[in-house]
Write a protein that binds this ligand. Structure first.
Ligand SMILES: Cc1cc2nc3c(=O)[nH]c(=O)nc-3n(C[C@H](O)[C@H](O)[C@H](O)COP(=O)(O)OP(=O)(O)OC[C@H]3O[C@@H](n4cnc5c(N)ncnc54)[C@H](O)[C@@H]3O)c2cc1C
Length: 500
């Protein structure tokens, strides 16, 4: 069977492939690109607006990006990294809007205050110290702390209403947060790519990825409508299959794919669409993870903007399913374990993470009433009939051997690439879609070292902070906030929205 030739193949039509495709179209407009997606439309898996929390992760509310040191001071280095990565995403999106390559940014990003909330005196003291450390940094300027009921009622009326507990409670609030509809953004980016003559193939599943004798990559693709198999070759392949990436990476056989496993964690949200309740909450309010819980199951109550509607999401509750994709197979986990590749890593991980497995099984077993109890810690008078359960996406956490132990569970994202840069895959899911642009820049650095010097002027034009540590350039931070907020329609973010 003859194979069709192209320059770049992107596997999967989620936010990651969309972002890499959009970057490459700006940097190498003449390259031929082909996309294969097993589902019928782009952004149907984790990137879909119903499958993730839509938080523009910038460390403005997530307590797990800071740690308390033994001397009581607060380490904000990870928070700085996550924030800087999000500023990179915002700059690229602003460039696409300013260049009229995508339109109507309000359809995918909205200004929304980000808050952290804690209860108990020890946590309140920590939150105060954390706010002092963060507000002093130019990236987090404007973060406020309150522990007085009057201010807290103004900031989060639904959470404070009918609260009878006398336990100390405090929150931080920063107006510069966002709610991002990553599904809408993914769809917009693929519409843009289509206009730029990128070949998009939906209902096309990649079943195999093999090196050819001349050093190119051949992908074996099944047309799910006709059942026919096609072969396509490219100089560069990006495996952006989300949960589907690990299996394809293993098939590539590159040495870098060895000894890596995946552990799927599913998510469930509780959603309220009653306008009179939704109108009482205008923020993303992140709490503290219960003890033993993985970092991605920090409970939070978010205003969401989906299509024309506003609604509230609470969760996510973690759970376990052996599928690596929401629309995946029950055999995904078992078929990812391979003797001579990752078997010992997976066994070690299973033994190391018995506590997590037990936690996830307990979470799966929760009844709706038990989930309502967790919600009532945020919304004391929440009623069963106002909230429905919605199954979210699957997150496949990376398992690998690290200096700290065999079979260690990772909670971040991992770029795996061949030594010659001809193939790369993205594994893991946190901080996730928010950092898509930084992660794809990392792929450009690893896989296109020859082209990068000639691409850098364009990269600097699109992303003014490219190559710089923003935290060392306070003036640039102010400029970037002003220009991205203007382009993305976020400029009104500073005002306290009336929710009463
Ligand atoms: C519950 C939950 C909450 C989250 N909250 C946030 C959040 O608040 N903020 C944030 O930034 N991130 C969040 N994330 C993470 C974020 O959703 C993901 O990091 C991001 O969407 C991953 O994008 P992707 O393109 O890699 O994968 P996906 O969006 O899953 O896309 C992968 C695509 O590849 C396709 N595919 C797979 N295998 C094949 C194959 N063999 N052939 C062809 N196509 C294939 C799939 O069908 C899919 O369309 C959350 C995730 C979950 C699950």
């Amino acid at each position: 069977m003859s194979s069709k030739q192209t320059d770049v193949i992107l596997i999967g039509a989620g936010i990651m492939s969309a972002t890499l495709g959009a970057l490459l179209k700006e940097l190498a407009p003449d390259w031929k690109m082909t996309v294969f997606e097993r589902l019928g439309t782009p952004g149907e898996e984790s990137s879909n607006e119903w499958n993730n929390a839509g938080t523009g992760h910038a460390s403005l509310c997530e307590l797990n990006y800071t740690t308390e040191k033994p001397d009581g001071s607060v380490d904000i280095s990870k928070a700085i990294k996550v924030n800087e990565d999000y500023q990179v995403s915002k700059q690229f999106w602003a460039h696409l809007v300013n260049s009229k390559l995508i339109r109507n940014p309000q359809d995918f990003v909205m200004a929304l205050p980000h808050m952290s909330m804690v209860t108990g005196q020890k946590n309140v003291d920590f939150l105060r110290r954390r706010q002092e450390a963060m507000a002093a940094n130019p990236l987090f300027q404007g973060m406020e702390f309150a522990d007085d009921p009057a201010t807290l009622k103004k900031w989060m009326p639904l959470i404070m209403k009918d609260r009878t507990s006398s336990e100390p409670i405090a929150a931080t609030r920063i107006a510069a947060g966002t709610d991002v509809n990553f599904g809408a953004l993914t769809r917009m980016l693929f519409t843009h790519l289509k206009k730029q003559n990128v070949e998009l193939n939906f209902k096309h599943q990649v079943d195999d990825v093999k090196r050819t004798a001349d050093g190119r990559w051949e992908v074996k693709v099944r047309d799910l409508n006709s059942g026919q198999t096609e072969r396509h070759t490219a100089k560069f392949v990006f495996i952006g299959g989300g949960g589907g990436s690990l299996h394809l990476l293993q098939k590539s056989g590159i040495p870098e794919s060895k000894g890596i496993g995946g552990f799927p964690v599913s998510g469930i949200f509780m959603v309220c669409q009653k306008p009179e309740i939704v109108a009482q909450h205008h923020a993303k309010v992140y709490g503290k993870a219960p003890s033993g819980a993985p970092p991605m199951s920090v409970p939070h109550l978010d205003k969401r903007f989906i299509g024309e509607k506003e609604m509230l999401f609470f969760g996510p509750f973690a759970g376990f399913s052996p599928k690596f994709l929401k629309q995946g197979s029950m055999f995904d986990l078992i078929t990812s374990v391979k003797p001579g590749n990752n078997l010992t890593t997976m066994i070690a991980s299973g033994l190391n993470n018995l506590g997590l497995t037990k936690y996830l099984i307990q979470q799966v077993m929760l009844s709706k009433e038990q989930r309502m109890e967790a919600l009532r810690e945020f919304v004391p008078d929440a009623k069963n009939e106002d909230w429905e359960l919605v199954v979210a996406g699957q997150r496949v956490q990376v398992i690998k051997d690290t200096p700290s132990g065999k079979g260690t569970l990772q909670f971040g994202t991992e770029v795996i690439s061949a030594a010659d840069g001809s193939i790369a895959a993205l594994l893991g899911a946190s901080p996730g879609a928010s950092t898509a642009v930084s992660v794809m820049l990392e792929i450009l650095r690893r896989c296109f070292p020859e082209q990068l010097p000639s691409w850098e002027p364009k990269l600097q034009e699109m992303i003014p902070s490219y190559g710089l540590k923003l935290v060392e350039h306070p003036e640039l931070i102010r400029q970037i906030h002003a220009t991205t907020d203007r382009a993305l329609g976020l400029a009104a973010a500073g005002k306290l929205h009336s929710v009463m």
